[in-house]
Ligand binder design. Structure first.
Ligand SMILES: [Zn+2]
Length: 200
């Protein structure tokens, strides 16, 4: 089994460290979930080069050939979830929503609604809401955005590596399959992003 060193790097022959401190934004106080993404880039190098400029990024990047890179410390927060999270109760079980508050928000205009839902959800604790940047590890799979609904298909080698990595993270952070989400499940994204990623 892999280990995590004092700087938050996963130590295993399968993982190449390519840390970019510019995509680390303060401390990641706890790891309660994993969010799986696709990069909208055609090569790992283009994403790795982009990370050098800082800004948004995730903790791991998996190339089309299955090579895993660790791009940020597991003790650091990355910006990968996005600004607004969806309502988990609305998606998973409407009966658990605060009915009066929900009715009020759903009557708002779209922009007001998604902002109000985000604030309402952030007042909850995980797992009653979807994960946010402060409690989630991000994994990016190299792959291009194709159109409004789709991304390139995740390769078999990427899925094999993704499964291995997620198994390691389950053990390291005591997570379970229900703690792993594709990005469009959590926030308002192209529904095709990571739709062909398989981790269970
Ligand atoms: Zn994403």
């Amino acid at each position: 089994m892999s280990t995590i060193d004092t700087s938050g790097m996963l130590i295993d022959p399968k993982v190449i460290p390519r840390r970019s401190s510019g995509i680390e934004h303060g401390v990641l106080p706890s790891v309660l979930a994993i969010v799986v993404h696709q990069t909208d880039s055609s090569t790992a190098e283009s994403s790795l080069n982009g990370y050098k400029d800082g800004g948004n990024g995730a903790h791991f990047l998996i190339d089309k050939n299955g090579q895993i890179y660790q791009t940020a410390s597991l003790y650091a927060r990355c910006y990968h979830v996005g600004k607004l999270i969806k309502s988990k109760c609305l998606t998973v079980n409407k009966n658990t929503c605060d009915t009066a508050a929900m009715a009020k928000m759903l009557a708002m205009s779209w922009t007001q609604q998604i902002n109000a839902l985000d604030a309402h959800e952030r007042a909850k604790s995980y797992p009653n809401r979807y994960p946010v940047n402060s409690d989630a590890i991000g994994i990016e799979l190299v792959g291009l955005h194709i159109d409004d609904k789709s991304y390139e298909t995740v390769t078999a080698a990427q899925n094999t590596s993704l499964q291995w990595l997620i198994d390691e993270l389950y053990t390291q952070f005591n997570l379970k399959p229900s703690d792993v989400y594709s990005h469009p499940t959590v926030s308002y994204k192209n529904p095709g992003e990571a739709s062909t990623a398989k981790w269970k």
